[in-house]
Structure formats: C-alpha cells, structure tokens
Design a protein around this ligand. Sequence first.
Ligand code: NAI
Length: 347
Amino acid sequence: MPKKVAFFDARPYDRKSFDEVNRKFGFDITYFEAHLNPNTVELSAGFDAVCAFVNDTLNAEVIEHLHQHQIGLIALRCAGYNNVDFKAALNKVHVVRVPAYSPYAVAEHAMALILALNRKTHRAFYRTRDGNFSINGLLGFDMYGKTAGVIGTGKIGKCLIAILKGFGMRILANDAYPDQKFAKANGVEYVSLEELYRQSDIISLHCPLTPETDHMINARTISSMKNGVMIINTGRGRLIHTEDLIEALKSGKVGSAGLDVYEEESEYFFEDFSTQVISDDVLARLLILPNVLITSHQGFFTAEALHNIAETTLSNIREYFDGGYLENEICYKCDHDCRKNEKKRCW
Ligand code: NAI
C-alpha cells in the first residue's frame, strides 16, 4: 500500500510539480487547499505524513493532534521553519525541510526588488501605459560604488552578494557564523550589525527568523541607518517591525522598502483579495506608499525551485518511511548546519 500524504495549502502549481515528480515515488497524495491549523488538523486523520508550507500553523495543539493520529512526519516544503513549535514536536514527530532548492530564485527576486525600487520601474510601467512619458519623480542612483549590507550569508545571502558584486557594489555582511573564507575570496567585509546599519545604502535580510532576529529592524535600529536607506526583506516578515518601518518611510529616514514577506502575511499572501476590503490597516498603508514594493512571498517561485522542492520533499518522505537517516531533519537548537558536518544533532 502506498503511504498516504496529506498535503496542506495546496495550489495548482504545487499539484503540477508534485504530481510530476511523484510518478517516481508513488505516494498517495491528497491535496487540501486549506492551511494546516487547529481547525483543519482533523483532515490529517488516516494519513501517514503531512506536507506543510510557510503559513501553516505547526503549534503544540496541531502537533498533539498529529501525534494522536499517529503521524510521525511533518515534511515542510520550504526552507524556513519558524512556524514549528519544536518543543512540542520533540519525541513526537520528525520535522524535515527543503534546506536548499534554488537560492538563486530568492536572491534574483531580491535583486528584482532592488532594481525596481531604485529606478522606479514599477511606477514607470503604469505611467507609460497611461501615455504619461514624464520622468519627474523617477530619479534613481548608480548602484556602482555604493554599499550593500547583507544580513545572513547563507545560501541566499551568498548568491545575492555575487549578483551585487556584478553591479560593482561594496559588500558589508553580518552573520551569526561568519564564513571568513568566503569573505576573503569574495572581497566581503564582515562587520557588526551597528556598522552595517551605519554604512549601508541598501540592506537586505537573509537570516532566519529566530528570537534573536525577531523585529531586528525597528525604530532603534532604523535610527542608526543612513538617511534614505533601502531595506529589502525576502527573509521572514517578523524580521521587521512593520509599524516602525512605516513611520520611517513616512519621515523619509527609510527611502524605500521591498518586501516579499510581511509579519501578518498568513491571512493574505497567496490569496486573491482583489474584490475585498483589506482590513489589515498596516498592510493597507504599506500598499499605498509609492516607495514600497510588496510581492506576495514569491521569492521561491521559479520553475527550477518548484521542481527541486518536490524532489527533496518526496525524498525526505521516502527516507522517513525507509527508516534511514533523515538528512534534512531540522536541528531545532542550532540554525547552523551542525548535522551536516558531524552527522549528529545538537540535542
Ligand atoms: P541558510 O540557512 O543557508 O542561511 C541563513 C544564514 O543566516 C546562515 O548563514 C546563518 O548563520 C545566518 N544567521 C542565523 N542567525 C543569524 C543572526 N542572528 N544574525 C545574522 N545571521 C544569522 O538559509 P537560506 O537558504 O539562505 O535562507 C535564508 C532565509 O530566507 C530563510 O531562513 C527563510 O526565512 C528565507 N526564505 C525566503 C524565501 C522566499 O520565498 N521569500 C524562500 C526561501 C527562504
């Protein structure tokens, strides 16, 4: 009997990529459009594993239900795992993820946000379509010779650095585990966050959301940044205190912001609200600011990434049912890849 997988928050593009790749794995996948949360977890009864995504809720209540349903595996089809209560999961359910599927996809999207915000192509597009060929207000800056600050120099941060270097930018970086070899080879300078904030013209966030990074961009840290700084977030919404960012955008302290993620995105992102009123006043405010470009968590969304996500997720699930070593099990204590080096967990 093929193992049964309950697949939550399923979109048409998920089905397409997973069905294609599943031909060689042969799991019995049932796709649910609903998010996985306390209200929907009952749907998982009778399944052998669940597959979840970034805005599914994997809190203690959901994990307890999964455990009662004798489900021993949560297969995240994403890299980030801030939505999982690992204390609750310990000794009840294994949690695996897709640590890398295409860092290029997210880094290239970060670059798309930077370029659009700098040269205001998102606004120029509407102007010229409307027969307005004025360029007033569209002034940008040469990126060449400017300073970019990259926070988090893992897979995505490193890809973005390579791209930014192609534009002739000076790169400052910050990471909890600096990769000095990479820095030396690529002319990157690791500095403290304070220094990075003080010197950067563009700041891009590529670290995970953890208690240390929660709301790291806030009124206090913004006040230490350059006037007119551009802030890019393709990491996780809660890296930024959004209301503080809005105040700084209003005062001009922050020149522009490109956000692929938002603190309260789970209600809105990936859904069509075009015929409804947006009741989240913070999001609504952001959406009308001309110097803010919001995309709906689409950094990962390339054909290559979708294929790789399906491949890795289904091999993670197979590894679990084969009873082997779970290569992509998350180390909940350590954001760095301790297990990769030592083949053992921190705990
Ligand atoms: P990664 O694990 O390769 O790199 C993360 C880096 O952040 C590591 O070098 C780590 O040492 C560093 N780090 C951890 N704590 C830190 C701290 N307190 N301060 C500074 N650096 C710290 O992860 P990857 O693949 O580069 O992804 C980065 C983040 O991007 C993910 O955690 C996820 O939240 C987000 N992401 C967003 C996507 C999107 O579609 N917008 C898609 C994939 C990931």
